[in-house]
Ligand binder design. Sequence first.
Ligand code: ADP
Ligand code: MG
Ligand code: ZN
Length: 486
Amino acid sequence: MPSPDFETVIGLEVHAQLKTRTKAFCACPVVFGASANTAVCPVCLGYPGALPVLNREMVSLALRLALATGCRVHGTSVFERKNYFYPDLPKGYQISQYERPLATGGSIEVRGEAGAPRAIRLHRIHLEEDAGKSMHEAPWDDAPADSSFVDLNRAGTPLAEIVTEPDIRSPEEAYDYLVRLRRLVRWVGASDGNMEEGSLRCDANVSIRPAGTAALGTKVEVKNLNSIAHVKKALEHEIARQTETLRRGDEVVQETRLFDPGSGTTRPMRSKEEAMDYRYFPDPDLGPLVVDDSWRDAVAAALPELPEPRAARLASGLGLPSSDAATLCATRPLADAFEEAVALHPSNAKGVANWFLGDLLARMTDADRQEGRLPVAPATVARLVARIDDGTISGKIAKELFPLLCEDGADVDTLIREKGLVQVTDEGAIRASVAEVVAANPAQAADYRGGKVAAFGWFVGQVMKATRGKASPALVNRLLREILDA
Ligand code: ADP
Ligand code: MG
Ligand code: ZN
């Protein structure tokens, strides 16, 4: 419950799994869903004496993210050991970056309260490795009950951690931030961005403070957020809980809480540890990471046009409403397909856009949009719009053709010819049809002439029916008017 007496402060920590073939510090493949402990080696199993070797591709992918968000990339960054004990961490430490991260600064724009864009500043982007996975459910049938298991396939998977400043002011902004960050990591090819599969993971930090004050309130960190919707729900619950706590005159306890998707609530997990508990120190097995200007510039030069500028270019360059341009830039493959179609029929970008925004998107699932799986090829959309524009078929016929084009992938012109759908633009033929319809319906004609304007539309419908939808609507209108108004 947002209350006018309190202001919400949110900072998000997102782990994005970087899309490399192999792990961060060894040559094991990065796999999802493989049999437990089949993608492991002495390095990621934490055997004593095994030496890590940094994966260059991991750095390049994180650099894409850093540059796409306008971060300052540091020429030298340092890997440190974050020490803690957990069964899924056989080394006893996670290799991460602490004092000297890969990149700092930068921002991601969100839609603020009033719809105006607002920049959420990034505190840092750093590199680290993932831990393994504890499994508390028996992974095979005759496994002993009440036991836990460890799968180390995920140990050593490369991650980029993207940390915001405490700039987010509402669960809605947090939601929008995550939608845009997810689009960006996919857009630049840094990560699959799939929260359900864990390739994007978010911890949400939230506090409230009396409205109009500057000091930060005591924060709570919420974990176990497996979807963007859960993040929003968890934040809403936390804000209500913390507001309630302060109202009662109690203090918010600094702690880590777990979100329970079933009840939509959070419950305490552990009191928050301090950075010093981890006893960070530079990993003596890894030298400093040096990113020189030429590496950074090469990554920057290879970045694709980013979603916001691209949407702005489509809006201004093609005269599209900005919300339409934004929808077309929801994923990079969708934007690519749209621009491919426009290039084939540049005289009517708006017409092409309308087909994409309407019939095409309606037939595409989220996954289709991500993968750029269109129900018809961009060239087919271009051809269809061209045939409407050159008067070969009416828009109505095009709508009827569309499902057929989706089904058998037929060629637009062949289908129009085979189905005998070419629009009738022969004035004589349409005039005959119009005259016939008017003669056959003297009562409606009298109504129209007596001032019942709505009867005109009825006549248009009758003529279209008589011509099986093939008459040019413009011609039907003109000829009807001539005959009825005569
Ligand atoms: P920790 O050391 O506990 O991880 P950090 O200072 O690194 O804390 O911050 C982690 C995240 O929490 C960042 O996104 C930061 O913006 C956010 N954050 C820090 N303090 C607050 C606060 N009082 N309220 C809400 N978010 C906060
Ligand atoms: Mg933290
Ligand atoms: Zn390995």
